[in-house]
Design a protein around this ligand. Sequence first.
Ligand code: ADP
Length: 225
Amino acid sequence: MSDLTLELEGIEKFYNRGKPSEVKVLRGASLRLKAGEVVALVAPSGAGKSTFLHIAGLLDVADSGMVRHAGRDMSSEPDRVRTETRREDVGFIYQFHHLLPEFSALENIVIPQLANGKSEAEAKARAMDLLARVGVAGRADHRPAALSGGEQQRVAFCRALANAPRLLLADEPTGNLDPATSDQVFAALMDLVRDTGLSALIATHNLELAARMDRIVRLEQGVIV
Ligand code: ADP
């Protein structure tokens, strides 16, 4: 197996192709992520960072270029394989937590594991372990609305890691929090990522946070520099 968790090569993406409103968002963007490597993706708003993360995470397809997960070319795989790979190998975190409001913190982390075939006992044990690692085990029975913004985001991190992915993709994971909370929550995320040996690509505007990762790449004019 490849020691590269993720490879993107020459990724191009257009919106409204062929129309006067055409935008060429990505113009040959390339990136390699080694196993266990944590990379900051820094880009101004509108530069195409969400588009890039969605293509990397197999939520969207590029117009051209290659996406490999653990050495396997996903560009030519059928939807079924891409969906399976995404579900098993990729965890997503967004700026907003997107937790299910009618379920507890614990249940939000248990549900994706049940969907992946785990027993309820196994899923609960893993969920509690993850919650404890990010310091919110005491809030396991609370619904999202009863949690602070920082706690909601910590729970969302646990949900992203519920099925033990190899790759974490995060789009401004602390962008919705005040600076002090953002700092603490980000530290919790980094500890979790390091403990589990995940590869991570984390988009952020915050250069201080970016500096704590292994490497910083920038998305400018549709390419990674
Ligand atoms: P970022 O995450 O860096 O803010 P996005 O990847 O969301 O940037 O978007 C990059 C550019 O592509 C923006 O100019 C945006 O308006 C445009 N765009 C994104 N999605 C679509 C779409 N579905 N249709 C047309 N244009 C889009």
